[in-house]
Ligand binder design. Structure first.
Ligand code: C2E
Ligand code: MG
Ligand code: MG
Length: 663
């Protein structure tokens, strides 16, 4: 087709005519006469020859620059061109309009940030969300500076800069100054082919009515204590942090942190009921709230602990006034409560710290907590303790101790000593060892449990420590059994906190399996006081443990005021008479009577009885005469190291017929 077209093109035609005219030129000019015809022929030849040489393709203009139309390329028909370009434009326009429509009518607001110019474009909706007029928006982010909290604005700036650097997306909440609304600003950097960010597209979104309501409820449940309706621990810590910040900004600003702990709360739960305990907490929280000012903060931060922030104590409250306020609060809480037909007496211990010497929440709380612990441990239980520098030192010491115990657990710096339990009714034969923990400290040497067990209990560190102790004791007992001391028992002390752990029974089972110790060689000791803490739960755990075949012993019996009714319900095997009753049995009539009573209880309940802390022959003889056969105390042996314990066992397990040497 192209060939044919080129064949009939004008130039080819001209060449053809020129050739034909040239071929017949000789014949025409050699003919006689007809001069006119010859002239005409010559002119025609000349024109076609010149035309052939000088003929050029026609030129058209596209309005911008002149170019040659290539006749050998198929180009679309003019109206085809028009149709295509019109649809494309329409498409573009429609897309643009759609984008604009979305940009302005979406429930979210949009913005774009052009990196080369640094200009921001906002959608109308963005203006609405920010509570600004479209004119106010301008072409920068400055509008945000005036509409949101300063902290949120700087947070946004940081995230925005980070997103630009990393070419990533970001999202951050903004709290509007007016209307207390929280909105979210999000954005994503757009990169060019080289991966460099060229612009940022972003949105502004606000929670829908429903989400806002849901979030409000959610926020409430996040910040409010469900039982008492006062603030919860989380909220309290946030408020405390704010107060600390405020004090940093205004060095003269003072506030007071008060911790209020209800004494013997578990006893109230046990003696009455859990419901009664709940009502008591509600009434106490109500009393505290009523005694505080509107802008003070009251929170329940532990099962029976309330935290109170008394704000702004410097301007209108001198220290004396603060003391008066705290005392008033204390006596209000201590006024007997009428719950149903019961009149309940509440005792509360309080620790009060003013922020003067503290610039962080952890330090402040650690000191207040340490003070509270001190009050509860000592004679001041039920009283108020105001912070002094001396207390701080003491608190810091305790804080350090906690840290060191934690480290010692990791480094396994604890070891066990073993104190023999002797059967004086059977040739002073050793029947058991009590495992007693010691801390082998690199600087201080061997440290007694009295120095670290209470702290380990308060901080919960007794749980990992207790597990380690059980593991070590069972491993040791298994060694003795394997050496042929088949009946030897090992008694391990458990604290109330360990008993409260949900999978406590499972843990004991696991240790027995791991160490391959027969449960009949293991005895668990729990103090009488601990056993009285959560009676029903304790009974269940004891049942599960004794069901496994191990024995349970009530330690320090006589100090925990347990009722005989409970004692009968406990699936226990042994009572250990506390040392304080053994001390003067020989010379004090009253102590003697009490010791006889304990022996009588054990006999009537058919329980084994061990007398602890026996140091003298007189004590021993008294106990022997009253029918107590099992003796533990320095009279026979002090707690022994692993090596010495084995020697003792070798000497006293089977053939120990000799009477021990008196101290
Ligand atoms: P406990 O369980 O009542 O242990 C008996 C304590 O009395 C031991 O003190 C023992 O050394 C001491 N003792 C025994 N016989 C005599 C005596 O004749 N005279 C005197 N003055 N004391 C005697 P220790 O080892 O210092 O333990 C003190 C307490 O620390 C224990 O009292 C127990 O409550 C606790 N404890 C010890 N080891 C552990 C443990 O592994 N876990 C837990 N949770 N508590 C432990
Ligand atoms: Mg004990
Ligand atoms: Mg004891």
């Amino acid at each position: 087709m192209r060939f044919l077209k080129s064949l009939f093109s004008i130039r080819v035609l001209l060449i053809l005519i020129s050739v034909i005219l040239a071929v017949f030129a000789m014949d025409v000019f050699t003919l006689d006469g007809n001069f006119l015809f010859k002239t005409f022929y010559f002119i025609a030849f000349l024109i076609t020859a010149v035309g052939t040489i000088f003929y050029k393709a026609p030129i058209i203009s596209n309005g911008l620059k002149r170019r040659k139309i290539r006749t050998d390329i198929e180009i679309p028909l003019p109206d085809e061109i028009a149709t295509v370009s019109r649809d494309f434009k329409k498409d573009l326009m429609e897309k643009e309009r759609l984008f604009q429509f979305m940009f302005n009518s979406s429930i979210d607001g949009f913005w774009t940030y052009d990196i080369p110019t640094g200009k921001v474009s906002w959608s109308d909706r963005a203006a609405f969300i920010l509570g600004a007029s479209p004119q106010e928006l301008g072409d920068s982010f400055d509008i945000l500076k005036t509409k949101v909290f300063e902290k949120d604005w700087s947070e946004f700036r940081n995230k925005f800069a980070e997103a630009l650097n990393q070419s990533e997306s970001f999202s951050t909440p903004l709290r509007l100054l007016i209307g207390k609304k929280e909105i979210t600003i999000s954005g994503r950097a757009q990169c060019n082919d080289e991966g460099r960010p060229v612009c940022v597209f972003g949105s502004l979104s606000q929670p829908s009515e429903r989400t806002a309501q849901f979030e409000k409820q959610n926020a409430l449940s996040i910040y409010v204590d469900a039982l008492t309706g006062v603030r919860n621990r989380r909220c309290f810590l946030e408020k405390l942090e704010k107060e600390i910040q405020k004090a940093k900004e205004r060095p003269d600003y003072l506030f007071a942190l008060v911790l209020l702990d209800i004494d013997h709360f578990s006893a109230i739960n046990d003696n009455y009921s859990l419901d009664m305990g709940d009502v008591l907490l509600q009434l106490v929280s109500e009393r505290i709230s009523l005694s505080c000012r509107q802008n003070d903060c009251v929170a329940r931060i532990g099962p029976d602990v309330f935290g109170i922030i008394l704000r702004n104590v410097q301007n209108n409250r001198t220290d004396d006034e603060l003391h008066t306020i705290v005392r008033r609060l204390h006596s209000k809480v201590k006024t007997p409560l009428q719950i149903g037909s019961n009149e309940v007496y509440v005792s509360a211990s309080m620790a009060v710290v003013v922020n003067r010497e503290f610039d962080n929440v952890d330090d402040l709380l650690a000191n207040a907590n340490a003070m509270l612990r001190e009050i509860k441990r000592g004679d001041d239980r039920g009283g108020i303790q105001f912070f002094t520098s001396g207390i701080r030192e003491k608190a810091m010491k305790l804080y350090k101790l906690e840290f060191e115990i934690r480290k010692a657990i990791q480094c396994r710096e604890f070891l066990l000593y073993y104190q023999p339990v002797i059967d004086i009714g059977d040739q002073n034969k050793i029947v058991a060892f009590e495992a007693l923990v010691r801390w082998n400290n690199s600087e201080r040497g061997i440290i007694s449990p009295a120095e670290f067990i209470p702290m380990a209990e308060e901080t919960g560190l007794i749980i990992p420590l207790g597990e380690m102790i059980l593991q070590m004791a069972c491993t040791q007992a298994k060694k003795w059994v394997d050496l042929g001391y088949h009946d030897i028992m090992v008694a391990v002390n458990f604290s109330a906190k360990q008993f409260a752990v949900d999978d406590m029974v499972e843990k004991v089972k696991r240790v027995l399996v791991e160490t391959k110790l027969n449960p009949r060689n293991l005895k668990i000791e729990i103090t009488e006081y601990s056993a009285m803490c959560e009676v029903e739960k304790t009974i269940d755990i004891m049942k599960a443990l004794s069901g496994m075949g191990l024995q349970i012993s009530i330690d320090d019996f006589g100090t925990g005021y347990s009722s005989l009714i409970y004692l009968k319900r406990y699936p226990i095997h042994t009572l250990k008479m506390d040392k304080s009753f053994v001390n003067h049995v020989a010379e004090d009539e009253e102590d003697g009577t009490f010791a006889r009573m304990v022996i009588g209880i054990a006999q009537s309940l058919n329980l084994e009885l061990i007398a602890e802390g026996v140091e003298t022959k007189a004590q021993l003889e008294f106990l022997r005469n009253e029918g107590c056969r099992l003796i533990q105390g320095f009279y026979f042996s002090r707690p022994l190291s692993e090596v010495d314990a084995l020697s003792y066992l070798e000497a006293h397990y089977l053939k120990n017929k000799t009477t021990p040497v008196l101290n």
